[in-house]
Design a protein around this ligand. Structure first.
Ligand SMILES: Nc1ncnc2c1ncn2[C@@H]1O[C@H](COP(=O)(O)OP(=O)(O)OP(=O)(O)O)[C@@H](O)[C@H]1O
Ligand SMILES: [Mg+2]
Length: 333
């Protein structure tokens, strides 16, 4: 029997009509998340990370084209009615944003906001909803939850507010939490605490987490697998060990080389030359080819590479990858 993945994104394409032309934001995105795993989604600004997760939650209102499949426990979310989607969004799949102050309502206490969400999705009376609110505040390790429930968002620190957001995200026992840059606005110690909490929740509750980040350090710290995006494609995926030790795509290697070393002093940081491409007139073939050190004329600029598989967990899209010696590439069928 084939084991169902929790989430499978297949050949997702998303375009936007704008005054300047059609923005080809996602061209061919393929992603999978298993039950109880943390997947890191990385890539430079504008590569389509947020558009991918907003499509999963069906929160894009102005896309002119959305095609492909977003299978959640085998059910295609792109085919659900808005009413059916309401049962998934906020209950089965929840989201944590970068800046909690924009997601929390300043005029209600933390407790009221948590209870609203809990009562909406869990069919509990007020007393049980309050108990659940306190319980989830404990799960995110907020000190003195009985006191915190009566506080307004502005009375809490940034790190505490982000914990409240995580508490809200887990309050209805979701199967998947999507976190879009959840620690970028926080200082490094608080960042480490929040990541520790997410990891702990995965272990304790078995929830799956899709975490979007610019920071490969975050990936190394908490993820099981990584998906690297470039200009509307997922160009490489693998376990953390596969990506950090044996990345095959020149773009992934460039990202890894750009991490500043901790020990040595360096004159200049490595950067990937060139800029992220314009999505209205993207480069032909592999969209990375104008910046690529492994570029082969007539091949890389002709057609977009198909998805290839190196191991059960390691996939990539590249005509001229850094394959380990003796490995013959396999092409997906
Ligand atoms: N609603 C929209 N209308 C038109 N274009 C959009 C819309 N939303 C996103 N885009 C475009 O789609 C591309 C992908 O954007 P997205 O927000 O997914 O990038 P990102 O990878 O999340 O970047 P960042 O790391 O900066 O958050 C960008 O070029 C962006 O300008
Ligand atoms: Mg984004």
């Amino acid at each position: 029997m084939i084991k169902l993945k929790l989430l499978e994104i297949r050949n997702l394409k998303v375009y936007f009509n704008t005054e300047e032309g059609i923005v080809k934001a996602l061209e061919d995105v393929n992603l999978e998340i298993d039950k109880g795993e943390i997947l890191g989604l990385v890539g430079e600004t504008g590569c389509g990370k947020s558009v991918t997760v907003l499509t999963v939650l069906r929160l894009l209102s102005n896309a002119s084209t959305i095609s492909g499949q977003v299978l959640f426990e085998g059910q295609d979310l792109l085919k659900l009615s808005e009413k059916e989607m309401l049962k998934i969004r906020g209950k089965e799949i929840t989201m944590i944003f970068q800046e909690p102050m924009t997601s929390l309502n300043p005029v209600f206490t933390v407790g009221q906001q948590l209870m609203d969400v809990i009562q909406l999705h869990m069919n509990l009376d007020k007393k049980r909803a309050l108990e659940r609110a306190i319980e989830v505040l404990k799960l995110v390790k907020l000190p003195d939850p009985d006191y915190i429930v009566n506080k307004y968002p502005h009375e809490l620190s940034g790190g505490m507010r982000q914990r409240v957001m995580i508490a809200m995200a887990i309050s209805c026992e979701p199967k998947l939490i999507i976190a879009d840059e959840p620690t970028t606005a926080l200082d490094v110690t608080i960042q480490a605490q929040i990541l520790g909490i997410l990891k702990h929740l995965k272990e304790q509750l078995g929830v799956s987490i899709l975490i979007i980040t610019h920071n490969l350090g975050v990936v190394a710290q908490i993820c099981d697998r990584v998906a690297v995006m470039y200009s509307g494609y997922v160009i490489e995926t693998g376990t953390v060990a596969e990506i950090f030790q044996h990345a095959v795509h020149p773009y992934t290697r460039g990202l890894l080389k750009a991490i500043p070393p901790i020990e040595e002093k360096v004159e200049r940081l490595n950067v990937i030359p060139g800029n992220v491409p314009n999505l209205i007139t993207p480069p032909s073939g592999c969209r990375f080819h104008p910046r690529c050190e492994r570029y082969k004329d007539g091949v890389c600029n002709a057609q977009a590479p198909s998805l290839r598989q190196l191991t059960e967990t390691h996939t990539y899209m590249c005509y001229n990858p850094y394959l380990p010696e003796g490995v013959v590439e396999e092409v997906n069928v």
